[in-house]
Design a protein around this ligand. Structure first.
Ligand SMILES: Cc1ncc(COP(=O)(O)O)c(C=O)c1O
Length: 408
């Protein structure tokens, strides 16, 4: 890993002062800071090569198309998929909506089929399934994670001979619990071969090496902005056999093959799912972000965050005015949720910002079913990325003591 001075050069925001204090950014699960290199790459593309892609024959159009398709190859290589299995979307939310709607609309799911999701999911991997279950008359089953902790063997008991689709997060955006998805997928496949497995990779893909072939998921969804890329770009990876069978989600533009008054045929993968003018700037930025992550090394990132998380858990546990949620063991990575007993998390977040310049998240984190399991409506959440270090944790603990003194 690089030194904090080196990270300050890569991420200009790290040099900012908030109320006279050096910014400590601990809200990476919401979105990560921007590297200058990513924005330079987007600008270079935008100012010198921008045109619409896949359409015109002039030089700029050819260059823009190359930038866009090179970005797709970069993503494919990053997750070890085939290039045409990578679909650019607006983000993980759109990717999950796309899968849910399209798979239901394609009759891949039948009216008695069960969709299994868990109560630890982000709303983006919860609500789309509820909605399509209503529209297409499917059954939805919930795995109730006791005390908000996902338990693999307990989860597997919920697979029945009617289960046709499982959608699960690979890393909880509230507790930081790393779900053993590779083992889970193997075990589901041992029980039932034909279960479609969707992975919400929004929090996992930015933080650990992901190999979709090894994982053997059918789909994985993630967002560029949680992994140093721009907002408005995300990815849906899907196995070709399903993507080929699925009806498109949005219509118009490059997803078309032939249109006549008799009807319309659709383009091949991946264009079939990319209606309208795509976010080329976003794709270019995401490709540059991946280059930076690969330079640091995904194994190094995972190891760094594991160590930082265990250090933070140890330090936070020393503060007896805190209630900490989540497994609090080696399965926890990069995210920790807690509350100061008797104090609203928004007050904690405000005061930390104002008194110490530390940015944390407070709220339900788009995971209200999980909040219910915890018996609360909101938590404080800290989340790490490559540029965080133990000193940030020490300052956070000092800050929390100040907030506690202020409010108790
Ligand atoms: C686990 C998880 N899934 C999905 C999403 C949705 O991502 P986006 O808002 O980038 O579409 C998030 C964002 O916080 C998340 O943490």
């Amino acid at each position: 890993m690089l030194s904090s001075k080196e990270y300050e050069e890569i991420f200009p925001a790290l040099k900012r002062k908030i109320n006279g204090h050096k910014l400590i950014y601990l809200d990476n699960a919401a979105t990560t800071l921007r590297p200058k290199e990513v924005m330079d790459a987007v600008n270079e593309y935008s100012l010198n090569h921008h045109a619409n892609v896949h359409r015109s024959t002039h030089t700029l159009a050819a260059e823009a198309t190359k930038y866009y398709e090179d970005a797709r190859s970069k993503v494919a290589n990053f997750i070890n998929s085939e290039t045409e299995e990578v679909i650019f979307t607006k983000g993980a939310t759109e990717s999950l909506n796309l899968i849910a709607y399209s798979i239901a609309d394609s009759n891949i799911l039948r009216s008695d089929d069960e969709i299994l999701i868990s109560t630890i999911e982000h709303h983006a991997n919860f609500v789309p399934w509820q909605q399509i279950a209503k529209i297409f008359n499917l059954k939805i089953k919930y795995y109730p994670a006791k005390s908000g902790i996902f338990d693999l063997s307990d989860f597997l008991k919920h697979i029945t001979n009617k289960t046709r689709l499982v959608s699960i997060t690979a890393l909880s955006n509230v507790t930081g619990q790393l779900i053993p998805v590779n083992t889970l997928i193997k075990q589901i496949r041992n029980i039932r071969q034909d279960v479609i497995i969707v992975v919400d990779g929004a929090q996992a893909v930015p933080h650990l090496p992901i190999d979709v072939k090894k994982m053997d998921c059918d789909f994985i969804a993630f967002s560029g902005h949680k992994m140093l890329g721009p907002t408005g770009i995300g990815v849906l990876y899907g196995k070709r056999k399903y993507l080929n069978e699925m009806t498109p989600f949005l219509f118009g533009g490059e997803m078309i093959d032939k249109v006549s008054t008799d009807g319309t045929t659709f383009n091949v993968l991946p264009y079939k799912f990319e209606a309208g003018t795509p976010n080329v700037d976003g794709a270019v930025g995401l490709a540059k972000a991946i280059e930076i992550l690969e330079r640091i090394g995904m194994d190094n990132i995972q190891e760094h965050e594991k160590q930082l998380t265990s250090y933070a858990l140890k330090k936070l546990k020393e503060l007896d005015f805190l209630e900490i949620f989540g497994p609090q063991d080696e399965t926890q990575q990069s995210i920790i949720s807690f509350n100061i007993k008797g104090v609203h998390p928004h007050d904690v977040a405000h005061l930390l910002n104002d008194l110490t310049g530390i940015a944390i998240r407070s709220g339900h984190h788009c995971a209200q079913p999980l909040m219910k399991e915890f018996g609360t409506s909101a938590t404080c959440r800290i989340s790490f990325y490559v540029y965080n270090e133990e000193e940030d944790v020490d300052k956070l603990c000092d800050g929390l003591k100040k907030v506690w003194e202020w409010l108790k």
